[in-house]
Design a protein around this ligand. Structure first.
Ligand code: THU
Length: 157
């Protein structure tokens, strides 16, 4: 028997410590929360994806009275990117939120498991690591890749 340890490297930055590219993607994710349709949870999520063609695609969570029919911000953004820019590769992803109190949560908002799996597919299609920025009021968590958010992922059958 042996044990393996999986370590997830997270860089914690203040907004002021982000480079221009990261900052602009964080701003886009924050703006994207305005497109959230979240009349049930009142939790607004915005996602922004920078593509290698220079385009930034955004998405926001879209809820539905039949709950599972809704979609998270990350999947609305990555599926839009896939459908409209099928040849573009993902370069970077940012996720931001506005909580039920109308404020940005202090703790950075992280994608749900289903979104991690969906985003991973685009990282694999890109063929390189796609950094992920998780935005909070007090700090931004930078992960080096989608894969680092989803250890032991299902990737083939
Ligand atoms: N939500 C997202 O948009 N992204 C996530 O990764 C987690 C959750 C949305 C789904 C639902 O509309 C609301 O946040 C509350 O769960």
């Amino acid at each position: 028997m042996k044990e393996i340890e999986i370590i997830v490297p997270v860089t914690v930055k203040d907004y002021s410590e982000l480079d221009a590219c990261e900052r602009s993607l964080v701003d886009a994710a924050r703006r994207a929360t305005a497109g959230s349709y979240s009349v049930y949870s009142h939790f607004k999520v915005g996602a922004a994806i920078l593509l290698d063609n220079g385009v930034t695609v955004t998405g926001a969570n879209q809820e539905n009275v039949a709950y599972p029919s809704g979609t998270c911000a990350e999947r609305s953004a990555c599926f839009y990117a896939g459908a409209n820019y099928p040849d573009a590769r993902f370069e970077m992803i940012a996720v931001a939120a506005v909580g039920t109190d109308g404020l940005e949560p202090a703790t950075p908002t992280a994608p749900c498991g289903a979104c991690r799996q969906a985003l991973l597919e685009y990282e694999m299609r890109a063929g390189h690591h796609v950094p992920v920025l998780l935005v909070g009021r007090d700090s931004v968590y930078r992960l080096p890749s989608v894969a680092s958010l989803l250890p032991l992922a299902f990737t083939e059958f």
